[in-house]
Design a protein around this ligand. Structure first.
Ligand code: SF4
Ligand code: SF4
Length: 357
């Protein structure tokens, strides 16, 4: 019997950045508890967003064939579309464990046609979706290990997982485990390896699978294709070569690491609010459901911004700042701004004038 069959639910824990002890404790507690659960295999990988495309953690995820649960310190949308960019896909399945603002959004969607559902229908969608379920769970949904374990048990039961052999795999791919963590996690893994070898099982853990692999903090846009209309405004706007197109002429974040750290400029000009920067301080830009701003009216920014700038003005300012830091000339509104944006800005200013009598 193989280690992971389609009847086994694979759970991948994407670890938090840094060394926050509370987050580590929660991750470890969940992993340890699930280790004893039949029909579930558990793997820890570094922070999902930080892993380069050739990282062994992403390679592991690509090899998972069956139903998959990914837990991470990111909004559900950010997890889903970061995975998608890495070619890790599935039918997005609903989890009952949602961060508070995601749950609020679901309630709103029940009452209204507006919101993320309508945006999803407008997007070009994903491609090559395999026949399996994918659950993305934001760790911020709860501080209680038991909440995650109960939900994962429910998901395991829902896919009618029957792991008759009753052994589970815990591997540590990458990350920076402490000595104590290594001892605690690798010991069961080695016992498992010995047991498989003894049983003549096919799967073994080689040393490479448990060696830490560094991941620095990264910053790049993630496209939500359920919203993206492939309008190409982002590729026009970005002057740093981040965007490209794939073989199907779909917009693609091609050169992730060419993006300028801390700059979210293109998310503000995307008309579909489809560009996510998972670590941006503004929840909507970081992937919470709802409106981002873009050129739609973002009242917080409009009225609360330092100089009352619109989203477009802010985006242009942010882009100019990065150009200057690169030793290039600022371009202002003269490059990559479509006429539609200008018209919308004029309309917005006219609306505001009217509001002020
Ligand atoms: S601007 Fe937004 S909707 Fe248009 S191609 Fe880029 S991500 Fe997609
Ligand atoms: S944030 Fe700036 S540098 Fe990064 S992709 Fe968008 S426009 Fe380009």
């Amino acid at each position: 019997m193989s280690a992971t069959t389609t009847s086994t639910l694979t759970v991948v824990i994407s670890q938090a950045q840094g060394r926050n002890p509370t987050k580590r404790r929660l991750e470890e507690e969940i992993a340890q508890t699930l280790l004893a659960e039949p029909g579930i295999s558990v793997t820890l990988v570094p922070h999902l967003y930080d892993m380069p495309q050739n990282h062994s953690g992403l390679q592991f995820l690509r090899e998972v064939r069956g139903d998959l649960v990914v837990l991470g310190w990111l909004y559900e949308r950010a997890i889903r579309w970061t995975l998608d960019r890495a070619g890790i896909r599935g039918r997005l399945a609903e989890t009952l464990l949602q961060a508070a603002d995601e749950a609020d959004q679901s309630d709103d969607d029940d009452e209204s046609e507006a919101g993320s559902d309508s945006q999803q229908a407008a997007g070009i969608g994903s491609v090559d979706i395999p026949d399996r379920d994918l659950w993305c769970i934001d760790f911020r949904a709860s501080e209680q290990c038991q909440d995650f374990v109960s939900e994962i048990r429910r998901l395991r039961d829902s896919v009618q997982s029957t792991s008759a052999a009753g052994f589970d795999l815990l591997s540590w791919i990458g990350g920076n485990p402490s000595a104590e963590q290594l001892q605690r996690y690798l010991q069961p893994a080695r016992q498992l390896e010995a047991r498989r070898n003894f049983d003549g099982g096919a799967a073994t853990l080689d040393d490479k699978a448990v060696l830490p692999e560094d991941t620095g903090r990264r910053w790049y846009p993630v496209i939500d294709y359920s919203r993206c209309t492939n309008c190409m405004e982002c590729i026009d706007f970005c002057l740093f070569g981040v965007y490209g197109v794939d073989a199907l002429d779909r917009i693609l974040v091609e050169q992730q690491d060419s993006c300028k750290k801390g700059c979210p400029a293109c998310s503000r000009v995307c008309p579909a609010n489809a560009i996510i920067f998972p670590h941006h301080k503004t929840a909507a830009i970081a992937g919470a459901d709802g409106e981002v701003g873009g050129l739609k009216i973002d009242l917080t920014r409009l009225f609360g911004g330092d100089e009352g700038e619109s989203a477009l003005e802010m985006a242009v300012k942010e882009r100019d700042r990065e150009l200057i830091l690169d030793g290039r000339d600022a371009v202002g509104m003269s490059v990559g701004i479509r006429q539609r944006h200008r018209e919308q800005m004029d309309q917005l200013l006219a609306d505001l004038d009217a509001l002020q009598f």
